[in-house]
Design a protein around this ligand. Structure first.
Ligand code: FAS
Ligand code: PHB
Length: 401
């Protein structure tokens, strides 16, 4: 069995890369550990940067996103009983974001892949990249009880944080940077109308909350919770009661509650693996980096990795320039670290760290610094512009000639 690019993982990274490569006539096969339904069952991101949306359009998979996605010109941050509008469009010269669920994008990419007759092995077990430092790497796997070896030119490790690809880079050849936050996000999905037309990030003494949405009839809410909490500790009623305490009063008064259709707790972590490439193996998306969702960057950083690798593979095969693969890691990491810093900064400003130590200062001092930081940025047009230009996404970097 042979292909030009072997892709491990059929999450948004793998599916989007596969679609873009196929458009350039570059053959690829995706190996995915679980079923397609299981992938679609993971409720995750909801905000797409313009760069991501443009990439989906370039992949020819944007019809439903452009029809059903909701363009947002701004979002709100509430703190100390005040509501601050971050005017994305006005502060960035017209840039916006699209509110469209990761599940929907993944569904659209799966449908497009199937319609194009591209090969995906779901429930592929024991996936193992081999000989990644050679000119003839391969990936072995088991499917329906049969052993296979997929020969390829390159391997795209799009297999997420718990995948096999990052572990394929020898420990002494990779450096991992990490910060684990002392709390998580309890997320709830409900078929209720959103409480506000734009997202509201709420800083509150009781803890952070986020009011987001998926459509005019489906809402997505988050509460900061201690890492010791379990999802079964939280009834729907308890969730709604706590959310009302953290939302701005006038918004809470209009909140429409209803039964949860999904509830889960996600830990928060900042993580980067350097380099993002080892020989002919490339790490893409969550396989290489994780951000706290406070900046809506996780899925969007995966997209910029895909954009860079797509450009490189196109130059390798269309311009016969195999040397350009050496550019991947540096270009990808520059944007990744920008997204990591923004997500870390927003998380520090908006969450309640309580009595938790944060490095080199006591909790009370850290709290005052972060209150002042947020107060400055929200009450200064330049400060709101700093937030806005990072939220819509910094430009994608082009390859060196
Ligand atoms: P994914 O993890 O989505 O996909 C990796 C795929 O590889 C999976 O399908 C997995 O089954 C497969 N795989 C793993 N190991 C394998 C192996 N050995 N062999 C074959 N296949 C293998 N981002 C935001 O922007 N906003 C959010 O609100 C947000 N919320 C999140 C909530 C949670 C609970 C989590 C975990 C993440 C959240 N994210 C959010 C980040 C998330 O959206 C990721 O950035 C996005 O899924 C990244 O996509 P992939 O890189 O494709 O990784
Ligand atoms: C979501 O809608 O899931 C969402 C939106 C913005 C974030 C995080 C999550 O920053």
């Amino acid at each position: 069995m042979k292909t030009q690019v072997a892709i491990i993982g059929a999450g948004p990274s793998g599916l989007l890369l596969g679609q873009l490569l196929a458009k350039q006539g570059i053959s690829n096969i995706i190996l995915e550990r679980v079923t397609g339904d299981y992938v679609l069952g993971r409720i995750r991101a909801g905000i797409l940067e313009q760069g991501f949306a443009d990439l989906v359009r370039e992949a020819g998979v944007a019809e439903r996103m452009d029809a059903d996605g909701d363009v947002h010109d701004g979002f709100e941050i509430s703190a100390n009983g005040e509501r601050y509008h971050i005017d994305l469009k006005g502060l960035t010269g017209g840039k916006t974001v699209v509110c469209y669920g990761q599940v929907e994008i993944t569904q659209d990419l799966m449908d497009a892949r199937e319609a194009a007759g591209l090969t995906t092995y779901y429930e592929a077990a024991d996936v193992q990249p081999l000989n990644v430092k050679s000119d003839s790497p391969s990936v072995t796997f088991t499917h329906a009880g049969e052993q296979y070896e997929l020969e390829c030119d390159y391997i795209a490790g799009c297999d997420g944080f718990h995948g096999v690809s990052r572990q394929t880079i020898p420990a002494d050849k990779r450096t991992e940077f990490e910060r684990v936050y002392p709390f998580g996000w309890l997320g709830l999905l409900s078929d209720t109308p959103p409480c506000n037309s734009e997202l509201i990030y709420c800083k509150h003494e009781r803890g952070f909350a986020l009011a987001s949405m998926r459509s005019e009839t489906r809402s997505r809410y988050y509460l900061q919770v201690p890492l010791t909490d379990k999802v079964e500790d939280w009834s729907d009623e308890a969730f709604w009661d706590e959310l009302k305490k953290r939302l701005p009063e006038d918004v809470a008064a209009g909140l429409v509650t209803g039964p949860s259709i999904e509830k889960s707790i996600a830990p928060l972590r900042s993580f980067v693996c350097e380099p993002m490439q080892y020989g002919r193996l490339f790490l893409v998306g969550d396989a290489a980096h994780i951000v706290p969702p406070t900046g809506a960057k996780g899925l969007n950083l995966a997209a910029s990795d895909v954009a860079t690798l797509y450009k490189i593979m196109t130059r390798v095969y269309k311009d016969n320039d195999p040397e350009c693969i050496t550019q991947y890691s540096d270009i990808a990491l520059r944007r990744v670290w920008n997204g990591e810093r923004f997500s870390w900064w927003m998380s520090n400003m908006l969450h309640n760290f309580g009595q938790m130590e944060t490095g080199d200062m006591d909790a009370a001092t850290f709290k005052r610094f972060m209150e002042s930081e947020l107060d400055y940025y929200l009450n200064s047009e330049n400060g709101r512009r700093v937030i806005a230009e990072q939220y819509v996404g910094l430009p994608y970097e082009e390859l060196a000639p």
